[in-house]
Design a protein around this ligand. Structure first.
Ligand code: NDP
Ligand code: 7N6
Length: 308
């Protein structure tokens, strides 16, 4: 059945201004309606949502506005035959630039100067602390949209880039690709280890005590993937004990990061509150992708980013 309506679930407003997102979809030849949990849906409805809801399964097509669709029950969608799509493919620049920002901040010590600035302190760092990223190495774990966005930018900065993924297809700017079972070897020489994998049973806790021990003691972990990919207690211990130098974290086991978390207190930890993808154009980027998939559905083509 062709779609007759696109429902934008109210949870979209948690991430982008929902009216702007809906307005960016107004080229579509069907009405776009903002709906709550009580929306009655059938197979002529499409749904775009940030959060999952059981009732979505009755729609003709459900689109998750996140790249990470780990909160959605893909098996239920498969059993019901309702296509589910996600929003991978649009975060190479946004998250790529965030990761560059982290690396350059740590190298050029900007986070320390900003901390001192809040106390009006003119400050000379220990001579051996500042460095430049251009001669350093980065290991990018997960070489999809985000991983490649990081790799091309790091390579343009002069860094040596290696990566980890299951398939061995070569990636521009990446000098060596390791399979997941050689993770320890891949991260062993890196000054920065960047996590850009989805949260799956295989990636949960993939960075824990043993991996921190394989990292250099002057290495920084950067997690822009999902909190559960890192064993957070092991990370806190590794930071406390100087096993690694620091961490740039956009994602956490519990979000918002609880006020009681020790991660707030480390000078060498930079916390960004899951804002890696956020820009003033995010509603438009998300809407363009949803519109493309909507048109594919209407013309019976395979759906881009179909995950169930
Ligand atoms: P992609 O699907 O494009 O890339 C995921 C990559 O991970 C692929 O290269 C895949 O390659 C690799 N991968 C999957 N499983 C493993 C594994 N077990 N070991 C090593 N590599 C693996 O996703 P995106 O790049 O768009 O996004 C990645 C994740 O980042 C999302 O799932 C989401 O959780 C998170 N995210 C966070 C954002 C933020 O705001 N911080 C914004 C957007 C996404 P292969 O199949 O070859 O293994
Ligand atoms: C904002 C979600 C993702 O998975 O976590 C990110 O895409 C950002 C819509």
């Amino acid at each position: 059945d062709p779609l007759e309506r696109l429902c934008v679930h109210e949870s979209v407003d948690e991430k982008v201004p929902i009216e702007s997102f809906a307005a960016a979809l107004d080229d579509l030849p069907v009405p776009v309606e903002i709906v709550g949990d009580d929306a009655g849906l059938d197979e002529t409805d499409a749904v775009a949502s940030y959060r999952p809801r059981d009732g979505f399964i009755d729609a003709g097509w459900v689109h998750c506005i996140r790249a990470g669709y780990d909160e959605f029950d893909t098996e239920a969608y498969e059993d019901a035959g309702t296509p589910l799509t996600n929003s991978t493919g649009i975060h190479d620049t946004t998250v790529g630039e965030l990761v560059v920002g982290y690396m350059v901040m740590f190298a050029r010590r900007l986070h320390v100067y900003r901390d001192k600035q809040t106390r009006r302190q003119w400050y000379d760092p220990p001579y051996d602390r500042p460095f430049t990223v251009d001669t350093e190495s980065v290991c990018v774990v997960g070489l999809g949209t985000i991983g490649r966005g990081v790799a091309t930018r790091a390579s343009a900065l002069g860094m040596d880039v290696v990566g980890v993924r299951r398939s061995d297809a070569s990636v521009e700017g990446v000098s060596a690709i390791y399979p997941p079972d050689e993770l320890n070897e891949a991260i062993g020489d890196a000054r920065f280890v960047v996590l850009a994998v989805p949260d799956t049973p295989e990636t949960e806790g993939m960075i824990s005590t043993a991996e921190f021990q394989h990292m250099r003691s002057d290495a920084y972990l950067i997690n822009v993937a999902r909190g559960p990919v890192v064993d957070e207690d092991a990370l806190i211990s590794a930071l406390d004990d100087g096993v690694i130098a620091g961490a740039g974290l956009d994602v956490f086991r519990t979000e918002p990061l609880p006020e009681s978390s020790p991660l707030w207190d480390f000078e060498e930890v930079i916390v960004s509150p899951h804002q890696g993808s956020t820009t003033n154009c995010y509603h438009r980027d998300l809407a363009e992708l949803a519109e493309e998939i909507f048109r594919q559905y209407q013309s019976g083509e395979p759906l881009r980013n179909r995950v169930a």
